[in-house]
Design a protein around this ligand. Structure first.
Ligand code: ATR
Length: 261
């Protein structure tokens, strides 16, 4: 039986085992997906032990190790290189890392058909946010503004700019077409929330609870829930390991829904 896992510091709460084990069962793949929870300082030891195990074929990396994994990899694809973070690894003679967060986010909003001239606000600039920003720029979105509580440098294609403080969000909120929260909290105050247009699409990448505080503060807007990105980033990772795209069926969505609501 092949083994897969997700490594991070809070993986017991991760939905990745549920998603991948569902697909293993659906496609009759003789494999098991587990979680490996590693506290500070224990990453290297846990990782080495796992990759020496001949049964291990691949794994996911999550918070806070998506950057730390870089130095253990033999190869990375261009996207992972550009983003500087890896969330999906294949284990063979070599360790190959990719990043599927960026495409996972793009696919989570695909059916909304957001035009390239639309204004997008990203709240927060951590690891996941950097992948989302990269994906949106790659896809051709031109009007993206990133806010963060601490000032961070955004580097892209040789150009560099800084994130903006939330206090400067006011003048952008009414004209925003898509607002993406990538923080574990709601970084907008009540006054700012009221400035947002009712037609704006509201998105949060946190998937539990389904209705995060941020999403709850917008009762009249269309929403993109965090679990959609989670499922969408798992699809290309599964393809990397098994060579085909798994289907997101009703049973999987029900299983996820039961866990997050
Ligand atoms: P991930 O890799 O999942 O994106 P992360 O790297 O820890 O996680 O990033 C979390 C993001 O949430 C960061 O943008 C962080 O802001 P800082 O860069 O200033 O640390 C943001 N964040 C975390 N707690 C927050 C809070 N209480 N208020 C506002 N932003 C917060």
């Amino acid at each position: 039986m092949k083994e897969f896992f997700v490594i991070g510091n809070k993986t017991s709460k991760s939905l990745s085992p549920l998603i991948f084990n569902h697909w293993f069962k659906k496609y009759k793949i003789d494999a098991k997906y587990k979680f490996v929870e590693v506290k500070k300082g224990g990453f290297e030891k846990a990782l080495n032990k796992k990759i020496k195990n001949k049964k291990v074929y691949g794994f996911n990396v999550t918070v806070p190790y998506k950057k730390k994994i870089n130095k253990y990899l033999d190869i990375k694809n261009n996207h992972a290189e550009n983003i500087g973070a890896v969330n999906c690894v294949s284990v063979g003679k070599k360790l190959k890392g990719t990043n599927t967060d960026w495409v996972g986010y793009l696919n989570s909003i695909k059916k909304e058909k957001i035009r390239k001239n639309k204004k997008i606000l990203i709240l927060g600039y951590g690891g996941a946010s950097q992948a989302i920003f990269y994906g949106l720029v790659l896809k051709g979105y031109k009007k993206i503004i990133v806010f963060n509580r601490s000032k961070k440098l955004i580097k892209l294609k040789g150009a560099a700019k800084y994130t903006k403080p939330y206090a400067l969000a006011d003048k952008h909120l009414s004209g925003a077409d898509l607002i993406i929260n990538t923080t574990p909290t709601n970084p907008l105050n009540k006054k700012q929330t009221r400035l947002v247009n009712k037609k704006a699409l509201i998105s949060d990448i946190v998937y539990t609870p389904k209705e995060t505080n941020f999403l709850q503060s917008f009762s009249n807007n269309k929403k993109v829930y965090g679990f959609t990105m989670l499922v969408e980033q798992a699809i290309p990772c599964f393809r990397q390991w098994f060579g085909f795209n798994p289907k997101v069926d009703r049973e999987l969505l029900n299983k996820i829904n039961n866990k997050i609501t």
